[in-house]
Design a protein around this ligand. Sequence first.
Ligand SMILES: NC(=O)c1ccc[n+]([C@@H]2O[C@H](COP(=O)([O-])OP(=O)(O)OC[C@H]3O[C@@H](n4cnc5c(N)ncnc54)[C@H](O)[C@@H]3O)[C@@H](O)[C@H]2O)c1
Length: 322
Amino acid sequence: MKLLICGGAGFIGVNFIEYMLGAHPGYNYLCYDKLTYAANPARIRELCERHTNLRFVKGDICDREGVYSLFEKESFDAVINFAAESHVDRSIEVPDIFITTNVTGTGILLDACLRYGGVRFHQISTDEVFGDLPFESEYAFTEKDRLNPSSPYSASKASADLLALSYHRTYGLPVTVSRSSNNYGPYQHSEKLIPLMIKKALKGENLPVYGDGRNLRDWLYVGDHCKAVDLILHKGRAGEIYNVATEKEQSNLETVKAVLSLLGRDESLISFIKDRPGHDLRYAVDCSKIKNELGWSAVTDFSNGLALTVQWYSNRFNKEDI
Ligand SMILES: NC(=O)c1ccc[n+]([C@@H]2O[C@H](COP(=O)([O-])OP(=O)(O)OC[C@H]3O[C@@H](n4cnc5c(N)ncnc54)[C@H](O)[C@@H]3O)[C@@H](O)[C@H]2O)c1
């Protein structure tokens, strides 16, 4: 199998490539990435040096000619699209690039898949497309629930999902979509909650927490997400959406306290700051479908995953500024 992995130099993409190289060593991989501020070019270089079946091409999914010429040269069996602008706070400041990359870019990849023989397409999406739930609710969104995104980021991801699913319905393109909860693990940019808190705690700086820190999140270890995408790619049904999460929730404050505890730092470092506009209260998705159909469930316990993550950033912090 020859796979095109768009956005493969980003946090989840780089972990996915490493996972796939181990799980399917006989496949060929091409990582296509624009290398924005969020990318890990050094890690991709290392992986390319170690694995002759992995190649890297720097490019933009919004560059239609560039994408088409890549598809013309290579004969891909499947495309997995991780490429995106992914930070909610940035989307509130500058929504435009989110619409361009996340919507137009996904549309161009879908067009290429259609034009070059109906290539299998998997879209990496987020549980944020459902919007949030009240704190007191016990409901968890299923794949059938309506989309109700809150931020320009989640609205752009919801748009991309709809576009991808429409290419299945209209043109019969073999498309799947996965909607995962918040990921954590190695190689995530330090603008995101867990790496940011680790970095601040290691430096002995204040840890900024939005509002009162009560917002509930479901934290998925990135390795568990990679396994889910592998299963969906091979066994998922075309035209279907799969939720991917741990189905366990905790407040942002609990997460920040867990980081401080692992690093032996005092909770007095926590500093509550003005809440994010439109801040989602509670995310929860029901994962019965992927459990029942594909036999997937998250196996990494949060305390183990966080310990691995804190260890990884601490080692890196000693070598270079994170
Ligand atoms: N991180 C999470 O917690 C999370 C949770 C659910 C879903 N997702 C989704 O998973 C995907 C990957 O997320 P991530 O956290 O790894 O993001 P990331 O920001 O770490 O990485 C995104 C990657 O896409 C690349 N990219 C951006 N614009 C591009 C373009 N125009 N052309 C080609 N490459 C481009 C960047 O260079 C980067 O390498 C995203 O689609 C995101 O919406 C992320």
